[in-house]
Design a protein around this ligand. Sequence first.
Ligand code: NAI
Length: 449
Amino acid sequence: MNICMIGAGYVGLVSAACFSEFGWTVTCVDKDPQRLAELKDGKSPIYEPGLDDLLQRNMAAGRLLFTDNLGPAAKNADVILLAVGTPMRRGDGYADLSYVYAAVEEIAPHLKGFTVIVTKSTVPVGTSREIERRLRAARSDGDFAICSNPEFLREGSAIQDFMHPDRVLVGTDDERAKDVMGRLYQPLALRSAPVMFVGRESAELAKYAANAFLALKISFINEIADLCEQVGADVQELASAIGKDRRIGDKFLHPGPGYGGSCFPKDVSALIRTARENKSPVSLIEQVQRVNDERKIAMAHRVEAAAGGSVRGKTIAILGATFKPNTDDMRDAPSLIIVPMLQERGATVRVVDPQGRRQAEPLLPGVTWSESALEAAAGADVLVTVTEWNEFRALDLKAAKAKMRGDVLVDLRNVFTAELAHAAGFRYSAVGRKPEEIDLAPAPLALRA
Ligand code: NAI
């Protein structure tokens, strides 16, 4: 089977590499010359565990190719997958579909023979129908079907997620397209992955509903964590207790500085827009968005309160900039709110991130970058965990404290325990913990909004 993947980003690149691992011939098309140059050198332009090996193996086998020349790739393809970005549109918060429609316009002249065109990008409900309308207008002679096939992989475990999905969702009612998509995913189906065929609208909306539900779960536990602090409960005890109920599940019950990343914020925003446009508002999800926006701001206030009420003239060491561990993705990361707020309030900020520096550097002007957590801690007044990278879990807190000027540890990811922090001589602040474990009270509610 010949596959053309348009977009070699987090989704396109991982999917292309995994499809080629199945034995399919995949040509991945991207417009970014720097990205292509790195890829042609066998190097991944993004950090994703295991991706370099997968790329090199399949490129060497001649099944995985990278190009900026769409024509031949599209002409020879049985399946063309669109994996271009659908970022949040400035102004109205809707999904910016300009990359999707530009790609559709580009493929139109090259379609030859029956071709299945697949939206792997997250697109609002109705987009596949609109792509079909545009392509039929451009190519009335064309023989093609448009499918929705939203991707559910997570950055940081993308290869594992692609290879072992909870389900593969295909939205189409075209029988020929079902056959082609069934063949495309046969290697996964043979390994017992459920391949579900549904209507296009259901597939498109399911992706947004899934992300909105996960965002809701995060905001829920964040608010419960705040309540725990006020009433003497421990959010981790509570989360493991409620998580045992299979109707609730134990995933996504870790409180922290709010959700970020390339998907949840923009997908929540786009769903809100779609729902309003269709006169069926998702008021619960609108509230989730508000709670999450406030959460990031509240975390900066929490650091300020822990620092004694002001960070002016203080040095803050930030452990982790990316929105989660095992990725270099900085899109909508909580650090992008927390760090500038601390700087505006007069703090000097040092940041260490195992993989995120390249992407974070232009987004966090005025910070000093450190090579290690210990280097960041040297001379700092406050140490703050913002991303729970494993290497921070292994940090020798005693050694870090010995290098610091101050003695405050604000653990926004509950990486450490009060016992460890106290043994190292820190005054400790964490999220949703019992008052007896916490020396530094969070900011009063009035300060948080
Ligand atoms: P990305 O921004 O990392 O990659 C998009 C790529 O498309 C870029 O390399 C860009 O140069 C390329 N591109 C744009 N227009 C092009 C064109 N006309 N021809 C060729 N290349 C073009 O985006 P990412 O994160 O991979 O997301 C892609 C889609 O997948 C989005 O809709 C996103 O919501 C969705 N998604 C993302 C996930 C993630 O974890 N990043 C997970 C699940 C879905």
